[in-house]
Write a protein that binds this ligand. Sequence first.
Ligand code: SF4
Length: 145
Amino acid sequence: MEKQKLYVHSFESFGTVDGPGIRYVIFLTGCHLKCKYCQNRDTWNIKSGTEYDIDEIVNTVLRYQNYFMPNGGVTISGGEPLIQAEGLIALFKEFKKYGIHTAIDTSGMFKITDTIKALIDLTDLFLLDIKHINPEKAKGLVRRF
Ligand code: SF4
């Protein structure tokens, strides 16, 4: 397994509102926005999370596989998961070996780099958090760090 790490805020083993089926939800720390309505402010600082090896997370998730397979999967939320894209690539490569459906809950406010493209290829579903349908009003709802 690759020796990448992820900063994790918390785990939820039986999520029902973060994608199709039953989801194992992993909330990561780190966010570059400050949405006025944010309910997860304790995830903003990446260093406030607990550092986990990828293999630790995979082994934990595999213990719950019988609950969420075949119609569910794993959803990564936060915080803004794309901040930790490299670690997620390593994590999702492992999940794909076990046929686990992968989803990411994101603001989508990211440049499309090669790293992000690689992560997109490993992600079955994106849950896009659109701040506001009007771009100017959307800008008024967030402040970048
Ligand atoms: S993107 Fe999400 S986690 Fe980040 S500030 Fe906005 S609502 Fe909070």
